[in-house]
Design a protein around this ligand. Structure first.
Ligand SMILES: Cc1cc2nc3c(=O)[nH]c(=O)nc-3n(C[C@H](O)[C@H](O)[C@H](O)COP(=O)(O)OP(=O)(O)OC[C@H]3O[C@@H](n4cnc5c(N)ncnc54)[C@H](O)[C@@H]3O)c2cc1C
Length: 384
């Protein structure tokens, strides 16, 4: 007789780890099983890096109404684990006057943050240069500054969720690649590494592999995978880019592309990348090979706008975005299923992983999200 759980989670990346923690916190010892196909902390997913940006800066209240709870979810883990996970550096989202879409985003973000009662400043390029002289931008650039933005240590945060989930009696199984999922009226059956378990609810937190897991159930969702990368540039001007002197940033540049970056953290280097410019791939065709052309493009952007950050390429990390067409999260039941939930992070969910773990736990246990998550319903993506 297969062992039965209240909740089984597939995937121990940021979202699966958070769900395993919040579900075991809610349900107690022996109720939760989390299965990971590789070793814990492997670097083939999207949650294994020193840092991810955390911010309140979003241009819709669907998100700005949730960011305070996202921060609070990380504080809860910091308190319980005694580990620091979030470093507030402040954050700038800026747009060149030649990037109309970006300028629109900056102003909509200010409106959304005002509507959600969040602290921010709307400033111009001259003011940015005054406060952060590292920048080379024109006076008429638009910028929104969020004092709460910063660095989330995503690797440590994911490991902390797993450790605390274990402490609360969850079973965490690495090296357990799920190969079959069967939904029956009485429950869900999951097979991995020759073993089978059953559960009342199943959470698919497989990141770039979610399309493969959905296929096991004979269904699909419109999730496009793109291969993205970030580069660590070994700046010689380290002191100018430490978290106490430099912020996390996003830039809608004059070339129409969006760049982002993080102060020196984890590596003695400034981290920078292009948002969402990667080629479309599949779980089979994705590779770990950086694209030197994109490294060059990011370096040229830094040379123009943040010259002090330029240095030799220390390393470039490759991972995937899992994008629904509207680039909003999916956090809901799989269409047509009353027992299987799925979560897609749409390339911006690290900061929300804790909160999404609470949403998925609420949906799995109470069939209701404890936070407004209408924008993340799966039904929006299926015809009819
Ligand atoms: C380059 C880049 C930069 C980013 N920057 C930011 C940022 O600054 N801020 C931010 O908030 N977000 C950012 N994101 C997004 C964020 O990193 C992701 O949304 C988040 O990490 C996704 O977590 P996940 O748990 O869904 O996926 P993953 O971490 O990929 O975890 C999925 C797990 O499922 C496991 N799995 C899959 N199939 C199976 C199976 N059959 N059996 C068992 N296990 C399985 C995988 O091995 C993997 O460990 C960025 C993403 C990328 C790629």
């Amino acid at each position: 007789m297969p062992q039965r759980y209240r909740v089984i989670v597939i995937g121990c990346g940021a979202i699966g780890a958070a769900t395993a923690y919040w579900a075991s916190r809610r349900l107690g010892p022996g109720a939760v099983l989390a299965l990971e196909q590789y070793e814990l902390g492997h670097d083939r997913g999207s949650s294994e890096d020193h840092s991810r940006l955390i911010r309140h800066i979003y241009d819709r209240t669907d998100y700005t109404s949730l960011t305070p709870a996202a921060y609070q979810s990380w504080s809860a883990i910091e308190q319980e684990s005694g580990l620091r996970l979030v470093y507030r550096t402040g954050g700038l989202m800026m747009a060149s006057p030649d990037n109309a879409a970006g300028t629109g985003y900056v102003h909509r973000a200010a409106d959304a943050m005002a509507a959600s009662g969040l602290p921010f400043e709307l400033i111009d390029g001259a003011r940015v240069r005054e406060r952060w002289p590292q920048w080379r931008i024109g006076d008429s650039w638009a910028a929104v500054f969020d004092p709460e933005s910063g660095i989330l240590d995503i690797r440590r945060a994911t490991a902390a969720h797993l450790a605390l989930a274990r402490a609360r009696g969850a079973e965490i199984r690495p090296d357990a690649p799920v190969s079959a999922i069967t939904e029956k009226p009485g429950g869900i059956t999951v097979t991995a590494a020759g073993q089978t378990w059953t559960a009342d609810r199943l959470v698919l937190a497989g990141g770039a592999w979610n399309p493969v897991l959905l296929e096991m159930m004979g269904t699909s969702l419109p999730i496009t995978l793109t291969q993205e990368q970030v580069t660590y540039f070994a700046t010689p001007n380290v002191r100018d880019f430490t978290p106490d002197r430099f912020t996390v940033f996003g830039v809608y540049a004059e070339d129409g592309l969006t760049y982002y970056g993080v102060p020196v953290y984890g590596e003695v280097a400034v981290k920078a990348g292009l948002d969402g410019a990667g080629p479309v791939v599949t779980p089979e065709t994705r590779t770990d090979d950086p694209d030197p052309g994109r490294v060059h493009r990011v370096r040229e952007f830094l040379r123009r706008r943040l010259p002090g950050a330029v240095g030799p390429e220390l390393r470039t990390r490759v991972c995937c975005y899992d994008l629904p067409p509207d680039r909003d999260f999916i956090a809901d039941y799989v269409p047509g299923s009353s027992r299987v939930l799925v979560c897609a992070g749409a390339g911006h969910a690290a900061k929300f992983a804790g909160l999404l773990g609470r949403v998925l736990t609420g949906l799995a246990v109470d069939d209701a999200s404890p936070f407004p998550a209408e924008a993340f319903r799966s039904g929006r993506l299926t015809p009819g």
